[in-house]
Design a protein around this ligand. Sequence first.
Ligand code: IVH
Length: 679
Amino acid sequence: MNIEEARTRIEELSKLIDGHNYQYYVLSSPTISDFDFDMLLKELISLENQFPDLISPSSPSQRVGGDVTKEFLQSFHKYPMLSLGNTYNKEELEDFDKRVRKTIGDEFEYSCELKYDGVAIGLTYINGILEKAVTRGDGEKGDIVTANVKTIKSIPLKLITNDFPPEFEIRGEIVLPRASFERLNAERADIGESLFANPRNAASGSLKLQDSAEVAKRKLDCYCYYIPGDNLLLNSHYENLRLAKKWGFKVSEFMVKCQTMEQVLSYIANIYNERSELPFDIDGVVIKVDNLQFQQQLGFTAKQPRWAIAYKFKAESVTTKLISVDFQVGRTGAYTPVANLAPVQLAGTVVKRATLHNADQIEKLGLFEGDTVYVEKGGEIIPKITGVEMSERITGANPVVFPEVCHECGARLEKNEGEVAWYCPNEDNCPPQIKGKLEHFISRRAMNIDSLGEGKIEMLFDNKLVVNIADLYSLTYEKLIGLEKVIDVTDEKQKKISFREKTVENILNGIEQSKKVSFDKVLFAMGIRFVGETVAKKLVSHFRNIDALRVATLEELTSVEEIGEKIAQSLLQYFNDPMHIQLIERLQAAGLKFVMTDDFQQISIALEGKSLVVSGTFSQSRDYIKLLIQQHGGKNVSSISSKTDFVLAGDNMGPEKLKKAEKLNITIISEEDFMKMIE
Ligand code: IVH
């Protein structure tokens, strides 16, 4: 392909991919399978790799991220980013309506919209290309976060129609959908990172990440709600946003026009009831005068428009009695207070427990035993205690104290510089930490021993059969058979479970199978603090075996892409402990993989979708040939069928195979032909 042909194809592919992104991320109605979409993207990336001069900053390939920003530059907003006046009650909303009517009369409409609980962003487009994305900052100037924003699939890098102003800014809110938020927090819990309190904090933290490839993984979304300036095509805010949707922006379906206050109030009531069904958090609705001329007439105060108001939803709050405070020790030793409450109905569920976050929170609340407390469920998923009803404090009650030692193992709790959380440092001897580590080790994304679960781990631990991950590999049939445990079915009823032959066989089988798990998963499974799946993969592909990783210095570790000082220190600390070295040696002796064996890396799509049978001997090893097939997108199959695309025939290929291939009319290729195909 020459450069001109490549240019045409790249343009064609970019248009197609942009169109499919729009269908999927903005309209939520994909018209192509994920596989076919990936094929188009792969083709584009491969062409751009061949012709790097043709890569445009608005190419859909640029969404995967990769740019690393050390420090965000700032940019002044052309139009200041103002806030909105807000209210929590109907009366104030009616006052707002009266003020509006006094200035512009009664002949107007409101546009009612969701008030997204995320991070505001200003997107500037020049000739239909995203030029700049700037955060709110102090309202006058914000951070330029363009590289990170480009990874958000619902933000067009290039607009898809032609009827937009040559230069304009559009504003919206970047949100992290609740499902992505929960997944992100689960992953963070897995590696011992502190959790985000709510999706808004997570969205804001994500936008400020230095590595845009990391941002791409977070699955942020963006809803547009405002186009400042006076070079717009239509005189209605609502219609302009509908138009913007045609240009490629995501605009909420929940935007409606209202003529009367009754309609506005019924919209508010509807959204209030529906909000838990939305995939993202909102904290109210926004009511805007729709006509742009009327907006101009109403103007702005120093801080906010006079033509709009936010009606915010109060976080639901109830009072209940504090029964006790428990402390939980996580897999990584994080020591978290949890309040046990007298059961109370709140936002549709019965609440019995609430998080107290950390020691600072207990102190801030000034919590005493038996207190009557306020419990809220706002943006956060887990209810929290927000205050104490002092008039109901029991005389003579004692304050709730944060312990100095771990109640599980007696170790003195520790706190790291600059962190709020306390930790139990006794990571190898504290029961919940051991059990947590074992559960993590067997989990699906780690060693995937699904014949063991939380309950069985507990049984093994209680019977002192397993106190660390290496002990799992010393389990035998004799040790396991007949093992018993009594479990509570209800408060009165108990049930006895015992390991029978089949269970034991399954457990031992699962453990045996886990020896085949690749080194990166083993490293992740070991549960080293801050070593998640991605970090484990990076470390393994760099150091390739445990011996090299074990002796790596701080400099060597931090020279690896994505490995910062925090992760490096955690690794150094881990490998510095003789107990851990002994553990690794036992796991090695048990036969677990500590060497990278799989050199798989996708090189091209030359063989995409093709099935190949490799037979005979070649100038290179057969395994290497098979690896090449995979690296070029092909599939290795062991026996010839009508579905086979090629038989790669080496010397001394079996006569039976040859006959079958000929009979089924399958193309037979030589090693030389094969090499040409993947060139
Ligand atoms: S309009 C000049 N519409 O709320 C008016 N803002 O409290 C510009 N927000 O900074 C704002 N949803 O981040 C508008 N549908 C919506 C919104 C919305 C959320 C945020 C926005 C703004 C803040 C003001």
